[in-house]
Ligand binder design. Structure first.
Ligand code: NAD
Length: 354
């Protein structure tokens, strides 16, 4: 006889406030609660007074992707234990995607799960990392190899934080916006011709809600990336991740270059709308502000061997094929590598960088 299935209920809802005055709202939400505020040293130095006004003990990691490690994760868990945070405690992560990824994972692990709240301070985090519940640290030289799904209780997006972002971080955020534009014809039309404005905090803030809606629409239909739908959000990422670790590009810069190469892969291996791909490439180059042929992703293909999307030894990418349309593309490592090498030669020739 088969035993009855065990069915468990999970809270799947995240409240998203955008735009809002995050600190004021948080003061109300956190009243009477105990927890820890997790951030990085750069954000803490810029916003110390605001953050400390929340009255939580503060733990700051060193800033940057290179510290998205198990060591940082365990230091944070230790700070939570030493601060005697209980099962009803809350972790408030204030920072970019590095902070929310590590903070969210700590919240998923500590006492098998405590609540977390995110306050994204980079554009990239606001439009992408903070939405959808993916958390992770890098491990064994592979990005996001160890992680968990953990939906935050709430996300507070306050564009005032973007005013202190260096230009490269604005470009990085714009990279994920271009990815969303490649997934949504409506957003593509909204941004097309206004690419330069994507680096101004005011325009960025104005397109935040549409970006969040694009991401949320995929997450809602496939929260744990089991249906294949959420894979579309990885557009540009397989190629981009390798460049991020190999060439020191920021996450969004890697995604931008990744979209350019993956658009060319679509042109080679699938039936795609060529005129649209030309427009998408132009958008990428305008936002990146430089040639894409300078980067050679073929050099980093071995790093994609542990990509979570790989199946049966093949690299599985999601590539753009038309306005608001994508398709899966499975290639052997060798075909992927040699196609990237050819595509790079083509870019370098056209851009005069060879
Ligand atoms: P980040 O968090 O490393 O921040 C980039 C830099 O900007 C850091 O030096 C940080 O200190 C600084 N910074 C942050 N806010 C600032 C502010 N307001 N003013 C001035 N400086 C500020 O990087 P990121 O680009 O925000 O996020 C990248 C990370 O997000 C990557 O690790 C990526 O894997 C992850 N990510 C996760 C998801 C997801 O779904 N979980 C999605 C996309 C990206």
């Amino acid at each position: 006889m088969r035993n009855p299935a065990l069915r468990v209920q999970k809270r799947e809802e995240t409240e998203i406030y955008c735009p809002c005055r995050a600190i004021i709202r948080l003061r109300h939400r956190l009243f009477g609660r105990k927890g820890i505020l997790f951030t990085d040293e750069t954000v803490l130095s810029l916003y110390s007074e605001k953050l400390r006004s929340l009255g939580f003990p503060v733990f700051a990691m060193k800033a940057g992707e290179e510290y998205k490690t198990k060591e940082t994760l365990f230091s944070l868990l230790q700070a939570m234990a030493e601060g005697e945070i209980g099962r009803d405690g809350v972790l408030v992560a204030v920072g970019g995607g590095t902070v929310t990824d590590v903070g969210g994972l700590a919240a998923a692990l500590y006492m098998r799960g405590v609540e977390c709240i995110y306050v994204p301070t980079t554009v990239l985090c606001a439009v992408d990392a903070a939405i959808g519940g993916k958390t992770a640290v890098d491990f064994c030289g592979v990005k996001n190899l160890v992680g968990a799904f953990r939906q935050p209780e709430a996300v507070y997006i306050d564009p005032a934080f973007f005013l202190t972002l260096p230009p490269r971080e604005l470009t990085s955020g714009a990279g994920e916006i271009v990815k969303h534009a490649a997934l949504s014809g409506e957003l593509f039309d909204l941004i097309r011709g206004q690419e330069e404005k994507l680096k101004t905090p005011a325009f960025l803030a104005s397109v935040l809600p549409q970006n969040i809606a694009v991401k949320a629409s995929f997450v809602k239909r496939d929260p744990f990336e089991t249906e294949g739908l959420r894979a579309a959000l990885n557009l540009g990422h397989t190629t981009g991740h390798a460049l991020e670790l190999g060439e020191g590009l920021s996450h969004g810069e890697g995604v931008l270059v990744g979209i350019a190469y993956e658009a060319e892969l679509a042109r080679r291996f699938l039936k795609a709308d060529e005129a649209y791909l030309d427009e998408l490439l132009e958008m990428v180059k305008k936002v990146l502000g430089g040639p894409v042929g300078e980067y050679d992703p073929s050099l980093y293909v071995p790093r994609t061997r542990l990509d979570k999307k790989n199946r049966g030894g093949q690299i599985v990418l999601t590539v753009p094929t038309g306005k608001g349309e994508t398709a899966p593309l499975a290639l052997s490592q060798e075909t992927y590598r040699s196609a990237l090498r050819d595509i790079r030669e083509g870019f370098a020739e056209k851009e005069g960088t060879c």
